[in-house]
Write a protein that binds this ligand. Structure first.
Ligand code: MCA
Ligand code: AMP
Length: 502
């Protein structure tokens, strides 16, 4: 993958590849040339090579977003190792699971977290732990500095693993989606063509880089086109607005668009140089799509994808972008909607299944789970429910998986329910997503107290914040006498959603 990206770098490596925009107005931007990316990643790749670990070993990375984190990603590919990005919000029990499952040879964490991650790496017999901070601090860069800035990319086959992306599971256990170099490259190439990427583009990159959206869709697009990036370590509408006039492409989750539209300075004037706004990871409300068009005179291009498949469908670059749809299947991908074991008719609702070049090979170390998620004829069951119209546009109308998407992050109710059920005084719980103006859906818990026990919402929320990533913590906890159940004894989450949606 690295060699293919590298082949598209501009011939003049002294050109600016990435401008790290200062989020603090007193600080100056930092400029990184293409040569900086090449040489910085070479040093880290040479450091990894010196460790003499087996090709295909995992490199688990939980760091804050920074240009050096991009070099670390590129270095992992160059060294023939497998990149395992982890959400920077994950806490100790979550990391313990990922390290136990991925069994990485190398872990890189932020300097601040090393105090609690170091004992975990010991427990999981991780060979090497390095730290990498947002300000070029930490042991990784210090150690890599002694190595050569030239490195011959280790050749891997297209089927070899390039990355494992953890995605939550319906049973509460996260599953590692295994993505090969071919999966990554084929999708990047298709998106480059479909979205008309060109060298003159400037990508305003404000997404996190521990997920498919920011790491593959956005970053690969720019690297594969030799396009410059304006790099924001965090999404901040004010900083986006200060820089948007210098950009031509922006990618975001719907929450980011809602927040931009809330800012009176977001106008057709500041967005006049932009040629492409892409939205994905969660449903974009028709209302947001329309308000965006009224405000900027431009239509957001909505697309649909998954960690297991990278991008599957896209509204067209040229042609009608239709609100409430995610566009047609991308070239190289077969998408069908199934009901009662048959392909549906036009506009008939059913389960979305996909097959194609970017579809993963399975879940890391979970052959049974993998077998369950593929049909006999090799289609992956997405767990999304949708329909296809006469023109081939796909609409997602729901999910067959019990999943909440909050601000573009996935939360599986089962995981939160298991944690709530362990709390003193909780007899049982149900976790649902309710509509939320900012996050699209808000994680909400409904709990039943044990006889005689008193439950305190604020205390439960505070204790959850100590143990799980913040975005998973319910925004509200409602205490009820009993949970509504159907005749089979199953909790009726739809009843709870109606009751607790405000
Ligand atoms: C932050 N908080 C959240 C979320 N993010 N709560 C619920 N859902 C969230 N997504 C918490 C914070 O910890 C804080 O809690 C409070 O909410 C307010 O935080 P705020 O400062 O407003 O949040 P933020 O730091 O500005 O983050 C919002 C965000 C972020 C920028 C929208 O959530 C984000 O970067 N989302 C993008 C996710 C993404 O890249 N998804 C792609 C997945 P407290 O007040 O208690 O401290 S890839 C994928 O899905 C597929 C492949 C695809 O199709 O792309
Ligand atoms: P992840 O597990 O983080 O890769 O999330 C993938 C899921 O995000 C998909 O299965 C969909 O449910 C959802 N998703 C991604 N893009 C869209 C979109 N444009 N509209 C609706 N849902 C989406």
């Amino acid at each position: 993958m690295y060699a293919l990206l590298r082949a598209q770098f501009p011939s003049d490596l002294r050109a600016c590849a990435l401008e790290a925009v200062a989020t603090d107005s007193k600080r100056k931007p930092n400029y990184y040339t293409w040569a900086d990316l090449e040489q910085g990643s070479a040093k880290i790749a040479n450091l990894f090579k010196s460790l003499k670990i087996v090709l295909g070993s995992r490199v688990a990375v939980q760091v804050e977003k920074s240009p050096e984190a991009v070099m670390l990603y590129l270095a992992t590919l160059r060294a023939g190792l497998v990149f395992v990005p982890l959400n920077s919000a994950y806490q100790s029990s979550e990391l313990d699971y990922f390290l136990g499952n991925a069994k990485p040879a190398i872990v890189i964490c932020s300097p601040a977290n090393s105090i609690w991650i170091a004992p975990l790496t010991k427990a999981h017999q991780v060979q090497q732990l390095y730290t990498l901070g947002e300000k070029r601090d930490g042991s990784l860069l210090k150690t890599a500095a002694a190595f050569s800035d030239r490195h011959n990319c280790v050749l891997r086959s297209g089927q070899d693993l390039a990355a494992i992306l953890y995605t939550s599971g319906t049973t509460g256990r996260s599953k590692g989606a295994m993505l090969s170099h071919d999966n990554l490259y084929s999708n990047a190439l298709i998106l480059k063509k479909s979205w008309g990427w060109r060298k003159a583009d400037v990508l305003l990159h404000a997404l996190p880089i521990f997920h498919v959206h920011g790491l593959f869709v956005a970053l690969h697009g720019a690297l594969l086109s030799g396009s410059k990036m304006l790099w924001l370590n965090k999404f901040d509408p004010t900083v986006v607005l200060q820089n948007i006039e210098r950009a031509s492409v922006f990618m975001g989750v719907p929450t980011m668009y809602v927040r931009l539209l809330d800012n009176p300075k977001f106008t057709s004037r500041v967005t006049r140089n932009m040629r492409l706004f892409v939205s994905g990871s969660a449903p974009l409300l028709t209302e947001t799509f329309k308000q965006f068009e009224v405000t900027t005179g431009k239509r957001i291009l909505e697309r649909y994808g998954m960690s297991e498949t990278i991008m599957l469908t896209s509204n067209p670059l040229d042609g009608e972008r239709i609100a409430g749809t995610v566009g047609a299947a991308l070239p190289g991908l077969q998408l069908r909607v199934m009901a009662n074991d048959k392909s549906t008719q036009t506009d008939e609702i059913g389960d979305i299944q996909v097959k194609g070049l970017s579809v993963f090979s399975g879940y890391w170390q979970m052959p049974e789970k993998t077998a369950e998620e593929f049909t006999r004829d090799g289609y992956f069951k997405t767990g999304d429910v949708g329909k296809i119209d006469l023109n081939g546009y796909v609409s997602i109308v729901g999910r067959s998986k019990d999943l909440i998407i909050s601000g573009g992050f996935n939360v599986y109710p089962k995981e939160i329910e298991s944690i709530l059920d362990e709390i003193d005084g909780v007899a049982e719980s149900a976790v649902i997503g309710v509509p939320h103006r900012d996050f699209g859906e808000a994680v909400t818990a409904v709990v039943v107290a044990k006889a005689g026990a008193k439950l305190d919402e604020a205390a439960i929320i505070a204790s959850l914040k100590q143990s799980i990533a913040n975005f998973k913590v319910p925004k509200r906890i409602h205490v009820v006498v009993e949970l509504p159940r159907n005749t089979m004894g199953k909790v009726q989450k739809n009843v709870l959603r109606d009751q607790f949606s405000v």
